[in-house]
Design a protein around this ligand. Structure first.
Ligand SMILES: Nc1ncnc2c1ncn2[C@@H]1O[C@H](COP(=O)(O)OP(=O)(O)OP(=O)(O)O)[C@@H](O)[C@H]1O
Ligand SMILES: [Mg+2]
Length: 339
């Protein structure tokens, strides 16, 4: 990407006592991009967000937000971002309206139209009927929604959200997803952490996986999936059971066509092709369909399976270190005669 990053992090490190909690983190997030930082409990996600939002001083390293140096020029760095922290930070003894008015004043938003703007945000989060109720009496999910409304009140260009959908009902979660997608399309840069991998899969342009403070993998979900070819497979369900001789020749012909590990599951009467590390799912699928057509193989269906983000996350974050590098291997031929 040739554009300047909205968030640029270089060798960012935090040490608490003897423990390195964030370890030489390097990352960039570009305008209009949603980056999801994934990691187990205690991996260093909140510590990272706290440093990037200037709440916590890094031990070493640098970062900039919207081009402003977060360490040398924190005030200007702070001017363009908003944050929804993991712990809800609201005044319990103020009403919903008063909390948002406090935020509005804190950020010096125009006084003119402030009431209408706040009411509009409350309406958007289905909280207008609770406008004058004390936040201390709100449920956890309502407080979280109000925190997000407060962060969005200032129309930030960069938005940090630390586990924004914890404790929200499915409708509210969906609502946040829609709002975040809309913001992304308006060019807002979003950096979020989540333990809900379907949320990251749905929203994130890129994800980073942090393990004990180190970023061990990063990329689009497809990039990460590319590292886990052995978890991809194609399944061919046969219409009738092949006789043993037919099975042998089918298997050997399929091995000629397909680029992967071919096996036959007698119980399910299916052939499956597990990709090798250099295989390509779509090309292997094409080879398999060629085999079906040219050999007139009687089938009832073909299916492909790829790891979900959850499976990718578990495989990458729990694999023995060091993690494998993305291989830039040449496209392998599909069949022995180079078809
Ligand atoms: N102020 C602090 N003093 C000492 N250690 C701390 C401090 N804040 C965080 N830590 C430690 O840093 C590590 C990372 O914590 P952090 O809150 O960043 O994790 P996280 O990835 O956000 O986890 P979770 O998913 O549970 O929110 C943990 O081991 C935690 O105990
Ligand atoms: Mg956290």
């Amino acid at each position: 990407m040739s554009e300047a990053p909205s968030i640029k992090v270089t060798q960012l490190t935090k040490v608490f006592g003897k423990r390195t909690v964030v370890d030489r983190l390097d990352l960039e997030v570009f305008p209009g991009e949603l980056y999801a930082l994934l990691g187990d409990n205690g991996a260093g996600k909140t510590t990272t967000i706290n440093m990037l939002t200037t709440l916590l001083k890094p031990t070493s390293g640098r970062f900039s937000i919207s081009g402003f140096d977060g360490i040398a020029d924190p005030e200007r760095a702070k001017s363009g971002f908003a944050v929804v922290s993991q712990e809800v930070a609201l005044y319990q003894e103020l009403t919903a309206f008063e909390n948002l008015m406090f935020v509005s004043r804190l950020y010096g938003l125009p006084k003119k139209g402030a009431i209408q703007r706040i009411e509009q945000h409350l309406r958007q989060w289905d909280l207008l009927s609770r406008r004058d109720d004390y936040v201390g009496d709100f449920s956890g999910g309502m407080q979280r929604k109000l925190s997000i409304a407060g962060a969005l009140l200032r129309s930030p260009r960069v938005l940090f959200l630390d586990e924004p959908t914890v404790g929200l009902d499915p409708g509210s979660r969906q609502h946040i997803w829609e709002i975040l997608t809309g913001l992304k399309h308006e060019g807002v840069t979003i950096f979020l952490t989540t333990h809900y991998l379907e949320e990251a899969e749905l929203l994130a342009d890129r994800v980073g996986i942090i393990v004990r403070g180190k970023l061990i993998a990063e990329g689009t979900i497809d990039d990460l999936r590319g590292r886990l070819n052995h978890m991809k497979s194609i399944c061919v369900r046969m219409a009738r059971r092949p006789d043993p001789q037919e099975l042998e020749s089918s298997l050997s012909r399929l091995r000629n066509f397909a680029f992967g590990e071919v096996s036959y599951d007698e119980l399910r009467n299916t052939f499956s092709i597990a990709l090798t590390s250099q295989g390509h799912l779509s090309e292997t699928l094409r080879a398999v369909t060629d085999w079906i057509e040219t050999e007139h193989i009687p089938i009832t269906g073909v299916s492909t399976s790829e790891p979900s983000l959850e499976e990718i996350y578990l495989a990458l974050s729990h694999e023995p270190s060091p993690p494998p590098k993305i291989e830039q291997s040449p496209v392998a031929p599909l069949s022995k005669d180079g078809k």
